[in-house]
Design a protein around this ligand. Structure first.
Ligand code: PLP
Length: 414
């Protein structure tokens, strides 16, 4: 019997699962229970088919060709740009830059905008719950420019301390770059409030949307963020593709990032002029196949319905939080009032890595360690956590399997 109440509201998790071929496989002789979705999600058949279709029928370099294959490839690539614009509510397709992922999007801004706009004594603000991708590029920039990196502290529940943030804002603050949803705590940050306060202080705001883009509805115009970066592979799309959104007038005014083909208008040895947006930031042959397949992922998400998925994932989060709470000696790390569907936890006297290995022996994939957020682990005084993160295809039965696996593993290890 299917016990998932989301099904009663029109969300059919079993039919969703059927669209992900990998979910049929076994690991160590057990059905795969994939709970590592915050690292990367699995891909539906339509995304896999889009990749095969591109290479089978219309593989060609884009933009410059006049032959049929080049035109078809260009049309499909550019169609993903329009779908992405709609997906995040951007005003113009020129504001959508394809990158390799969130990391590259943040580095692009730190390099192209940062090197032009940050000077000695300026301040950049990040939070204590950032992924390393949203720390290191700013650290490098600040060191190079003799600028100062400030950090918004977090409380014991893993929530940003908003008053501390407002205290950090001043006339030297040039940029605030914060994560929308934490990959190690699950916390959903009040980014609209953060953006409003930063703008009042005269600073721009970059949002790391790596985790939020898959779980929350994103409207960059409503948020009024200046930059927003995310990765296709966390959105049921392929690896190697990401998106940087930037407000058009800011992207227009910025220096270039990488130089090469496609990003130029004219090149001569005396002077090079640059292409219009978005091509100014897409030097070289891009990841054509994967951008096209990302378009298929966006269509797929649309066809399922993000609101239904959200409801299903909230059910899973609630269920997992309650069931994990029943295990003696298990402590959830990250108890924010608003969370995306992931749970990080530690178990007294048990190393997360040992737990991960024993769970893998039962076909259960979780992530263990610092999750590229070492400052979060330092804040809580722990070496790492075990993290179960949920996607649209996960079920309560899989959470039951996780709990059973944990109980067995803890008996062996504790
Ligand atoms: N930011 C957050 C919050 C993430 O969770 C991740 C990946 O886990 C990243 C940034 C980096 O994303 P990518 O490795 O796709 O560039």
């Amino acid at each position: 019997m299917i016990t998932d109440p989301a099904i009663q509201t029109g969300f059919d998790v079993l039919s969703v699962r059927q669209q992900f071929p990998i979910l049929n496989r076994e690991v160590k002789g057990k059905p795969l229970v994939y709970l590592d979705n915050a690292a990367t999600s699995q891909k539906p058949q339509v995304v896999i088919d889009a990749l095969v279709d591109y290479y089978t029928r219309f593989n060609a370099n884009i933009h410059r060709g006049i032959h049929t294959l080049a035109e078809e490839a260009t049309a499909a690539y550019e169609a993903t740009r329009d779908k992405t614009r709609d997906f995040i509510g951007a005003s113009a397709r020129e504001e959508i830059i394809f990158t390799r992922g969130t990391t590259e999007g943040i580095n692009l801004v730190a390099y192209a905008w940062g090197r032009q706009n940050i000077k000695a004594g300026d301040e950049v603000i990040v939070s204590a719950m950032e992924h390393h991708s949203n720390i290191v590029p700013w650290q490098v920039l600040c060191e190079e420019k003799n600028a100062v990196l400030r950090v918004i502290p977090i409380d014991d529940n893993g929530e940003l301390i908003f008053e501390e943030f407002t205290k950090l804002l001043n006339e030297k603050t040039k940029l605030v770059s914060v994560v929308h949803a934490s990959n190690s705590l699950g916390t959903i940050n009040p980014v609209k409030k953060i953006i409003e306060a930063a703008h009042k202080a005269g600073a721009l705001v970059m949002i790391d949307g790596a985790q939020s883009s898959v779980h929350l509805n994103i409207d960059v115009r409503e948020l009024d963020c200046d930059f927003f970066a995310f990765s296709a592979h966390k959105l049921y799309g392929p690896t190697g593709v990401g998106v940087l959104y930037g407000k058009k007038h800011i992207l227009d005014s910025m220096n270039v990032f990488q130089g090469g083909g496609e990003m130029i208008r004219e090149v001569c040895f005396e002077k090079t002029t640059f292409n219009d947006l978005p091509y100014k930031y897409e030097a070289g042959t891009p990841n054509i196949a994967d951008v096209i397949a990302f378009g298929a992922a966006l269509d797929f998400i649309d066809s399922i319905g993000k609101d239904l998925v959200r409801q299903h994932e909230e059910e899973l989060l609630h269920y997992a939080t309650n069931r994990l709470g029943e295990i003696p000696g298990l402590h959830i790390v990250g108890k924010a009032a608003k969370k995306v569907s992931l749970v990080s936890f530690r178990v007294e006297n048990v190393h997360p890595q040992d737990l991960g290995i024993l769970l893998d022996n039962r076909g259960i994939a979780v992530r263990t360690g610092h999750h590229c957020t070492q400052p979060v682990m330092d804040r809580f005084g722990i070496p790492g956590t075990t993290r179960a993160s949920f996607a649209m295809y996960n079920t309560k039965e899989e959470i039951d399997a996780l709990i059973a696996g944990l109980e067995k593993a803890i008996k062996v290890l504790a």
